[in-house]
Design a protein around this ligand. Sequence first.
Ligand code: NAD
Length: 368
Amino acid sequence: MSNPSLLILPGDGIGPEVMAEVRKIIGWFDARRGLKFDVSEDLVGGAAYDVHGTPLTDETMAKAQEADAVLLGAVGGPKYDSLDFSVKPERGLLRLRKEMDLYANLRPAQCFDALADFSSLKKDIVAGLDIMIVRELTSGIYFGEPRGIIKEGNERVGINTQRYTESEIARVARSAFELARKRGNKVCSMEKANVMESGILWRDVVQEVHDAEYPDVELSHMYADAGAMQLVRAPKQFDVIVTDNLFGDLLSDAAAMLTGSLGMLPSASLGAPMANGRPKALYEPVHGSAPDIAGQGKANPCACILSFAMALRYSFDQGEEATRLERAVEMVLADGVRTADLMQAGDTAPASTSDMGDAVIAALDASL
Ligand code: NAD
């Protein structure tokens, strides 16, 4: 049987720097745990635009469709800000998400004990926090038609449309319930059923899927604005939160900040199962290309490393190895290894991107 395939798209800015550390870790799992992947690498974002005049070529898109998992660094940067919207680096990422039909975006918000002081909230509110936000990613207001800026009389009108079909809601609800069964068995669905028809349908369909297929999972519903308040008031009440594209965008960023640095946050975007049973999947750190620190060896590679851990768990059925990698990161933090973004007053010289990668490898060695 051939090895599972992994397509790596480092992208722009700090993307290639953090991905280099993930390559070391992939090498470690190959050498020390016998986990073999057929790894290939390609261009995305500005890096692809520079070579091909497009942020994602059809060939790379086809490779992504074939791969068992795609791991992406980050795209974008000031160099590309003035490009036409159609060829901006971000369009490459949006095309991947759309054409792979990655409808469930998994955003864990987990607070490592060693970093609890980094949260803007009190330590006891966030210590031990472990929630998963499942955001619908391929529909809703970012894609609905009609959209545009039109002229009405003497003024311009900006239009976007929130639109959800039952099946779009049902499939992301299933993703959330499946995840909950492997975690704390609780789902909270968030919408604005009080003011939006799409919210009423969202609530109804999530409830129907629950009653028919997942009655064992505890389900609650909350208006998204109240959910935002609860997330900062008492975030540990949640296990899995499922919500639409727009609210998920906001709530997952807010939840992310509960845990400290952007440099620590992984994500996964999953689609329907392929013929081999694996879901279509794209893994990427939450952060962007960080042009302010690119090329300086300052980037924290942990978000990208933890994204690979998610790939191990959700694409390659290697839950134990995923946990090994997550524990290694936790251990490194507990030992006080800090990249610049994790430094606090009184800390000595920061670890570089590759120091952090090496420390994770050493912790993996120690785990054997
Ligand atoms: P950003 O996430 O790139 O950076 C925000 C801040 O966080 C910066 O100060 C940066 O130095 C810091 N930071 C981010 N990741 C870090 C890491 N791993 N280690 C240490 N510090 C880190 O967001 P931005 O500055 O708003 O955007 C920069 C570019 O990235 C833009 O072109 C934007 O469009 C793009 N972007 C891409 C993605 C993506 O590829 N998924 C996501 C967000 C932004």
